[in-house]
Design a protein around this ligand. Sequence first.
Ligand code: HEM
Length: 195
Amino acid sequence: MTTTITAPGLAQRLKTETAEQHARMHRLMEQARPFASRENYARFVAAQYLFQRDVVHLFADPAVKAAVPDLDQRGRDDASLADLADLGASAPQGSIASEGVAMPEALGWLYVSEGSTLGAAFLFKEAQEQLGLTAEFGARNLAAYPEGRANAWRRFVAALDNEHLDPAVHDAVITGASAAYDRFGVLLEEHFELA
Ligand code: HEM
């Protein structure tokens, strides 16, 4: 019997190699308590808006579009902005943190944003139950894509594991994901004034 050992694909590597950063997001969210009040939640949405703006900024790059063909169905910057308006909060200002980021790092930024739609299912539930928000008012940024979270995620993972993406660039995608997690971490720290 022959055993073939295949190297883990990009999606698997991203999950494994950024697991600690994901765990850090949980810790920051626990400290931040975004569902303690609508006022606190608005701070979360402000952070989400700035992060989504960084991510959507990358959509204009033709190389990113080629890697993820359904980009027009992704991104939650507009949803976050509408949520801020619902909550009576103004849109935060600030420069784009992903300026100059291109493929393959850009794909790592998209990974963090798209992956966060999975965890958002839990956050959406809390926003509904604790704050009375909905997919049409205040919690659009946490709602599922029209086709459902699982379907949108499955197609994104297929884009990550596309055979046309040269394995030589996988490390750079992971570097991009790491930078995106760092950015969200900084935004949470700033907006919730965490130490
Ligand atoms: C307390 C807040 C959070 C909770 C409870 C949470 C929960 C989860 C859960 C349960 C999954 C796995 C879903 C599945 O496999 O079906 C997941 C995946 C993921 N989450 Fe979170 N999450 C949170 C915050 C975040 C934040 C703030 C980010 C990034 C800004 C993030 C990024 C991701 C990514 C990238 C994945 C995909 C992991 C993979 O399968 O490769 N999460 N999250």
